[in-house]
Design a protein around this ligand. Structure first.
Ligand code: AMP
Length: 426
């Protein structure tokens, strides 16, 4: 069985569409071309008929009602750019970090385009982690509430039987981690022959985790008439190759610069000796007004556990999230953190990827990230959707090379400060 997190499989022995069914795309290129001729660039889709304005866009009524209920009043830049393109039938590559509103950028046109009365899987969203699967599913469920579009999140670590029940009830959208989807394809428990849309979300993270073979396999075996959308915070060459290989003349959209940190993030670093890092973090946590909610990154699972045990013993409101934490615990912890009933979340890189935590005031790089892109990605967890945020990095005696590399990239935005811990000793 291919579990989430593993690089898997070689044998491309699936039937032509990976489902054992003949391909029967019902929105192929020809239909898309027709739609392109019939409608101006930014018109809402032909059905359902009534529309409402959403900033510069017009949105079909049931989806507009959902937007109103969620509380979105105008589109974010990526939504403004992507929604008209998807409606025109274009393949789109969007370079954007989590926090830019990219889920609704594909979710809104998907909800408008899918046919709720047709009982087949019409859209597939591939995501790197179970957390992101659950999160994207939540957003799509909210957006599709008045359209009757049904979706399910499919990921390793959850009982297959629950996923099978959902398939049997009938779903229009599957949001899946690639490993678990391959399991279903191999078991013949999922039919993808009628897919109209494939979305690759956080594509760079999926490749980092080792899902490249699975993604290639899924794309090769989904109908060639599909529309493909790819979102990624960074665009390393494997992602570009993937886009060239599997997408049709994609339009490239860049939001927020080439992997640049969001401008509102205040970035500081503190030089902290390895042995003083517990005390340094406690010093920061002792300012509850400033540090309302913190996401703390550690490199290893044991590092996370040790830090959490220490902080708990000292009376802090803190929980851990990493690959060995059970799904039920992760869900509970994330639920508390999102509801702001948990102040400090200590996570490994991998577990934190793609998490949407809009309110986090501070990101703390307790362990230095391994590369500049990781730094950018981590600090993107704060200052979301225009809110201010602070990223703090501990630089120990071994970390100066990486600090220089980060400084070379972000320049003067990253400022050195001194902890009281050392000021009192001086
Ligand atoms: P995402 O980049 O999809 O993870 O979205 C980041 C956050 O932005 C989520 O909390 C969304 O609920 C929120 N969001 C998405 N679109 C909008 C919008 N048009 N207006 C306000 N908030 C939004």
């Amino acid at each position: 069985m291919a579990l989430h997190g593993q690089a898997v499989l070689e044998t491309p022995s699936l039937p032509a569409n990976g489902s054992g069914q003949p391909d029967k795309p019902f929105v192929g290129r020809s239909r898309r071309r027709r739609r392109r001729r019939e409608r101006p660039a930014d018109s809402a889709p032909a059905s359902p008929s009534a529309t409402r304005p959403f900033g510069n866009l017009t949105i079909s009524d049931p989806v507009a009602r959902a937007l109103e209920e969620i509380g979105y009043v105008s589109p974010t830049p990526i939504q403004e750019a992507v929604i008209p393109l998807v409606r025109k039938g274009q393949d789109v590559v969007g370079q954007a970090q989590t926090g830019t509103g990219k889920t609704a950028a594909f979710g809104i046109p998907l909800m408008e385009a899918l046919a709720p009365d047709v009982g087949t899987v019409q859209a597939l969203v591939l995501v790197p982690t179970r957390e992101l699967a659950v999160q994207v599913r939540g957003e799509l469920a909210r957006l599709g509430k008045f359209r009757g579009v049904k979706s399910v999140a499919v990921y390793g670590g959850q009982a297959i039987s629950r996923q099978l029940e959902a398939f049997q009830r009938g779903v229009h959208i599957i949001i899946a981690t690639p490993g678990r989807l391959i399991d279903h394809i191999e078991r013949g428990t999922v039919q993808l022959g009628r897919l109209r849309f494939v979305v690759l979300d956080e594509a760079d993270q999926m490749l980092d985790i080792g899902f490249a073979d699975d993604i290639n396999r899924i794309l090769r075996h989904s109908p060639s008439s599909r529309q493909t959308l790819l979102f990624s915070a960074t665009m390393p060459s494997p992602i570009r190759r993937l886009a060239h290989r599997y997408m049709k003349d994609p339009v490239w959209i860049l939001v927020g610069g080439d992997a640049e940190p969001v401008e509102q993030v205040a970035q500081f670093y503190f030089e902290v000796a390895e042995r003083d890092r517990y005390a340094a973090l406690e010093e920061l946590l002792s300012e509850p007004d400033r540090m309302t909610q913190a996401l703390v990154f550690r490199r290893t699972k044991t590092g996370v556990d040790r830090l959490v045990t220490y902080l708990k013993r000292r009376g802090h409101d803190v929980q851990a999230i990493h690959g060995d934490v059970t799904q039920a615990q992760r869900d509970a912890v994330m639920g508390r953190f999102r509801a702001r009933r948990l102040r400090v979340l200590v996570a490994t890189n991998l577990a934190a990827r793609g998490l949407d935590i809009p309110a986090v005031s501070h990101v703390v790089n307790y362990d230095m990230p391994d590369n500049v892109e990781e730094y950018i990605h981590r600090i993107g967890r704060t200052a979301r959707m225009g809110r201010p945020g602070t990223a703090i990095t501990f630089v120990s005696e071994w970390d100066f090379e990486m600090l220089e590399a980060i400084k070379a990239h972000v320049g003067d935005d990253l400022k050195g400060e001194r902890l009281a811990l050392y000021r009192s000793r001086a």
